[in-house]
Design a protein around this ligand. Structure first.
Ligand SMILES: Cc1ncc(COP(=O)(O)O)c(C=O)c1O
Length: 320
């Protein structure tokens, strides 16, 4: 499905699909699985590595000689762009929004260690950050460079179309019989790729998006746009019943993006104490809290296998 797209290998071997038997005991559910996208060779890994495989593929195909990425200090995308640049020998400029005096910890500390050129933008809005990124791109071009701006959501979603292929093969090989996939609902890139990929592969998975950022209408709009965009890139028709397989859960949002809840703190402890699996608070702990609720309420029945996508973000454990 993806053979025609330029791509670089950053993930390496498939990330593990593991049964969480101790969590299964806690829940009285025999088949709770985890797809370990936190387990990748590149600088603590995570979902953004899969998108970077296609972003950097495109950058190389366009003859770019450097990568530009913008984000907040806790951004996993900035850290992993710096990591990919270091690994592949490509210069990286990171534009960090937020208090310019704030210390570089967790993800940002790693970005610096990885040798990226860091520019601090101060406390700008998301819109201003985008405009400043475009300005940096124009300045670099004027200086004779060929920069590539990381972050196109449609290209980025291709990484999770590929992950859907990987998970399908593992599901069949390991006899998991997955029926429910639980994952964070955020910008809708990872989600779009996985949902589109699964549909194109005819999987009968139901998707539970645990929103960590937006209300249901906003998340649905982002998701739909990204699914249509990625499908258009792939020259594929989108199955008309695609969104029937998707449920959005907003019950874990609490005080909003990045704000911990009692449930997310408890979920992280349950995961660590029973599976020795570390999950951070912005994305994965809220998602796992959502999974616990879905099983306890019977929305995920005991005779249907479920899998949580661990999207990584591990270094932010050291920012909390
Ligand atoms: C660890 C982690 N999980 C989930 C997400 C959400 O992914 P998406 O933006 O594709 O919705 C991100 C995005 O920053 C992330 O870093």
């Amino acid at each position: 499905m993806l053979d025609t797209f330029p791509w670089v290998d950053l993930v390496g071997a498939p990330t593990p699909l593991e049964r969480m038997s101790r969590i299964g005991e806690v829940l009285g559910h025999p088949a709770i699985w985890v797809k370990r996208d936190d387990c990748m060779p590149l600088a603590f890994g995570g979902n953004k590595v899969r998108s970077l495989e296609f972003w950097i593929g495109e950058a190389k195909a366009q003859g770019s000689d450097m990568l530009v990425v913008a984000g907040a200090l806790p951004s996993n995308q900035c850290r992993l762009t710096a990591a990919a640049g270091a690994k592949l020998g490509i210069e990286v400029l990171v534009l960090y929004a937020g208090d310019s005096e704030a210390p570089l910890r967790g993800n940002a500390m790693l970005t610096e260690l990885l040798g990226a050129d860091i520019r601090r933008l101060g406390p700008v809005s998301e819109e201003e950050r985008g405009a400043l990124a475009q300005q940096a791109m124009a300045e670099l071009r004027a200086a004779g460079r060929r920069p590539y701006l990381i972050g196109d959501p449609f290209v980025g979603a291709l990484g999770y179309v590929r992950a859907a292929e990987e998970l399908t093969a593992q599901d069949l090989q390991q006899g998991a019989g997955l029926r429910h996939i639980v994952l964070p609902g955020s910008m809708g890139v990872t989600e779009a790729g996985l949902i589109l990929g699964a549909a194109l592969l005819d999987r009968d998975w139901r998707f539970h998006l645990v929103s960590v950022e937006y209300d249901a209408a906003e998340l649905t709009a982002r998701l739909t746009e990204n699914i249509l965009g990625a499908a258009a890139l792939m020259d594929q028709a989108v199955p008309t019943d695609l969104m029937d397989r998707v449920e959005i859960h907003t019950g874990e949002l609490g005080g909003g993006y990045g704000v911990v809840t009692e449930a997310s703190l408890a979920a992280a402890r349950t995961m660590a104490a029973n599976e020795a699996l570390m999950i951070e608070q912005v994305y994965v702990a809220k998602t796992f809290a959502g999974l616990l609720n879905l099983v306890r309420s019977g929305a995920i029945p005991k005779d249907e296998a479920a899998c949580i996508l661990h999207t990584g973000g591990t270094p932010s454990l050291f920012e909390q």
